[in-house]
Structure formats: C-alpha cells, structure tokens
Design a binder for this molecule. Structure first.
Ligand SMILES: [Fe+2]
Length: 251
C-alpha cells in the first residue's frame, strides 16, 4: 500500500514536472520567477515554437491579480478592437490585394489571441461570440467597421489612411488602458500590443509616404505620430514597462 502510494506520488510529480517543461519548452527555460530578466535569459535555446506559446507561457507565469471593472472593460474593448483591425485589413486585402493588409491581419490575430489568453486566465466572457469577419458585439465597433471599410474602398491611399487610423486608435486606447491597470499580466500584454501597433503605424505611414501622402493623426497628436514613425521598428517580447526583455520571438 505504501509502495503504491509512493509510486502514485512519484508519478504525479513526474507528470507535473513534464507538464511544466512542456509549457515552457518553446522558450527553452524553467519556471523560477526571479524577475523577468531571469526569464529573459532563459536556460536553453528552445525550439522557438511559435509566438503565441511564448505569450501564453508569459501570461501564465505572471501573478493572478484581482480585476477592477475598468480592467475588465479594457480587456473586452481591446479584444474587439484587435478584431476590428484584423477584419478591416482582411476585407481591404480582398479589395486591394496588397500584401501589407495580409501581413498585418496575421499580426492582429496574434493580438486577439493574446487578449483571449487574459480573458481565459480570469474566466471572463469573450465578447467575440461570432468570429466571422465583420461581426462585432459592441455596436460602436460594428459601426466603425462599416465606416472604415467604406472609406478604405475609395482608393488604395484611402485604405492606407484607414490602416494608420486604426493603429492610431489602438495606440491611444492602449496607452489609456495601461494607465488604468496595475496588473502586471495585463500591462505586459498591452505593452506588446502597443509595440505591434507602433510597428503597424510605421508600415502604413511609410507606404503612404511612397504616394506622397502623410498621416496627421486623429486620436494621437501629429507630434506623437511623428515621434513613432521617425523611430525604428521594434522586435521581441516586451515587459510590463514596455522594455524589450526577450528578443527572439515572433512578437
Ligand atoms: Fe495593429
């Protein structure tokens, strides 16, 4: 009996160790949280198994903290705003067949997944009830989708202006939501979404400039837009303060 109990305990122990190793295997590192720098260094090369695994593991490694109403609202809104970006770009890609929309839509899907990781972690309902392109729960976002698609269909330049406007809105909202959360996991995800949006804005504005067009900013000021587009593309996973700490990911 004692032998059996010992065997079962050992087996459970092995399974837990194995599960942890698998969960973190894609970044090739252990669990011990001595701060994110430790996480960043890691212990092995890993297989680099996909960005979202990296973000899932990161979110799971951060503390489970209480959520305020404002934090919940922010998560619901960002989940649908990332879908708005994905869906507008997918629709405009159908119309214009320009690779920029296809590439950035793929990134928006990753952003949607990252917010979903948080919704799941906190057992929150997903506002994306229907993942069909162009369908939203929030009527304001639904209207914005129609408005932006209509504008983006006028010309290719209009479609790029729409892209820049979506990223402008995302950056504006994310900055505000970062101010109103003290949860490390939420801040970390938002900092990574923010970095992605700055890169997308750089891409759209650079494409516009090839047509001799500028994007002046709708939500952010022209100076804020300039500061972003005149700085280099950013790569890697960011921490809750927006500092790079894990360079080799698809983020
Ligand atoms: Fe984006």
């Amino acid at each position: 009996m004692i032998k059996k109990a010992f065997f079962v305990t050992t087996l459970i122990g092995l399974l837990v160790v194995q599960a942890m190793a698998q969960g973190y295997g894609d970044r090739g590192q252990g669990m011990g949280r001595k701060g994110q720098r430790e996480y960043a260094r890691g212990r092995g090369a890993g297989s680099g198994g996909g960005f979202n695994g990296g973000m899932n593991a990161l979110v799971a490694s951060l503390p489970h903290e209480e959520l305020s109403e404002a934090e919940m609202k922010g998560l619901f809104q960002m989940r649908e705003e990332e879908k708005l970006a994905r869906d507008v770009y997918l629709t405009l890609y159908q119309d214009w067949d320009h690779q920029i929309f296809k590439n950035i839509a793929r990134s928006e899907q990753r952003h949607m997944n990252a917010v979903k990781t948080l919704l799941d972690k906190y057992n929150l309902m997903d506002p994306v009830i229907d993942d069909t392109v162009g369908i939203f729960s929030d009527p304001k976002i639904q209207n914005l989708y129609y408005e932006l698609v209509q504008k983006g269909r006028i010309s290719h330049v209009h479609s790029l202006q729409v892209g820049a406007l979506i990223e402008d809105l995302d950056i504006f909202d994310l900055k505000e939501f970062i101010q109103t959360t003290d949860n490390v996991d939420i801040k970390t995800v938002y900092q990574n979404l923010l970095k992605g949006s700055r890169n997308h804005l750089r891409s759209f504005v650079s494409r516009l400039s090839a047509y001799g067009e500028v994007y002046e900013g709708t939500y952010l000021t022209a100076d804020e837009i300039d500061e972003i587009v005149n700085s280099p593309m950013e790569r890697g996973l960011y921490d809750q303060e927006g500092n790079p700490f894990y360079p080799n990911t698809g983020w």
